[in-house]
Design a protein around this ligand. Structure first.
Ligand SMILES: O=C(O)CCC(=O)C(=O)O
Ligand SMILES: [Fe+2]
Length: 361
């Protein structure tokens, strides 16, 4: 998949999973190539904590450009303590080393929201593969978990998360909650910067984000030795935005697709998050911001771990294309966040791409 290889092939397509269905992009080379990114911008988030509005606005302008031109950026000086990140990754590694039966107690197929443990090869966004070469654990908003301090209402009374009960797994729940709470705070600041980047008041999204839909996914990718395997098939995320912390492998594994159908590697950088725009932010910006296709191939010979945090507004929040992105005469429907989210989850659960085409054909 080098750029040289790309230039010698003609009329190739890259296939992916977008908006709940199959998508493809022509690989453009030579005179057909469009101006597009070849690396991720680095954004210094320290200004997010500034009392000075001009400083926050300056940050928002940079973030807005990254969201429009790339859909992905590195976030440095994000304010999440490095010690918390180290502790979280230690716990995640330890969890995945537990016996399979301990992990399978909380198998995600026992829940409607797919929470809990996902075994190797069970995820399969790309039907030409034997499945995603990863195992994972997913948790998220759940008013019945006392750690979340949320009122239980008829709509939130059912437990959503699953936690292992084996004594040897007792360390895991508090470790994940420590990360989760830090990520909620980081996300709220991020949300106000996104609002500013869209020339809206900083608190514009707050009223629909009082009890946001959120997920932490801990993922373990073993090293793969076959080019035909994938850690996670090419896809876009179906939330508002995603914050990813990845382990420090020597070789990059996460890859982001640019407009010319070229996979841009995302080299892990120390104490740095990768932030990406997801489908909802693309939707409310009328496609001005990009929900960029990405995937993982862990070819560097090392175990890899990552911790994506997915943020969406309230389940009963109603969103639509923002006024400044509407075209005269256009028809714009309201979308209930939770309904859209569950539809996408059901698609992911039950369907795969048609046709058996891989990432390139
Ligand atoms: O592991 C990563 O770096 C990204 C994972 C990812 O894209 C996802 O879980 O949606
Ligand atoms: Fe993703």
């Amino acid at each position: 998949m080098s750029s040289i290889e790309t230039q010698t092939e003609s009329a190739q397509y890259v296939h992916y999973h977008d908006g709940g269905g199959p998508g493809k992009r022509r690989v453009l080379t030579g005179q057909d190539a469009k101006p597009t990114f070849t690396e991720l911008p680095r954004v210094d988030m320290r200004r997010m904590f500034s009392d000075d509005f001009a400083s926050r606005k300056e940050l928002a302008v940079e973030v807005g450009a990254a969201c429009r031109d790339v859909g992905f950026f590195y976030a440095v000086n994000h304010g999440v303590d490095e010690k918390v990140l180290d502790r979280t990754f230690d716990a995640v590694k330890q969890f995945f080393e537990l016996p399979t039966e301990v992990k399978m107690e909380v198998h995600n197929q026992k829940t409607k929201k797919f929470r809990g443990y996902e075994a190797f090869l069970e995820g399969k966004l790309d039907p030409s593969t034997r499945g995603d070469l990863k195992e994972g654990f997913l948790m998220g908003e759940d008013a019945t978990d006392p750690e979340q301090n949320r009122p239980i209402t008829p709509a939130t009374a059912e437990p959503r998360n699953q936690w292992p009960t084996a004594p040897e797994a007792a360390f895991f729940r508090p470790a994940i909650y420590e990360y989760y709470n830090h990520m909620i705070n980081f996300s709220r600041r991020m949300l106000s910067i996104f609002a500013l980047a869209l020339d809206l008041p900083e608190d514009y999204f707050d009223s629909i984000s009082t009890h946001p839909m959120t997920n932490v996914r801990a993922v373990h990718y073993p090293p793969q030795d076959s080019e035909t395997d994938v850690g996670i098939g090419a896809h876009t995320d179906f939330c508002w935005f995603t914050l990813v912390f990845q382990s420090q492998t020597k070789e990059p594994a996460l890859e982001v697709l640019n407009a010319n159908g070229v996979w841009v590697p995302v080299m892990p950088q120390k104490n740095t998050f990768v932030v990406n725009v997801a489908d909802f932010l693309k939707l409310v910006t009328g496609g001005t911001w990009q929900s960029t296709v990405h995937g993982v191939r862990n070819m560097g010979g090392e175990e890899r771990y990552s911790m994506p945090f997915f943020f969406s507004p309230n389940e009963d929040g109603v969103v639509s294309v923002l006024p400044q992105f509407r075209k005269l005469g256009g028809k714009y429907e309201d979308i209930v966040v939770g309904e859209y989210f569950q539809r996408r989850l059901d698609v992911d659960r039950t369907t795969h791409l048609d046709g058996g085409e891989g990432r390139r054909s």
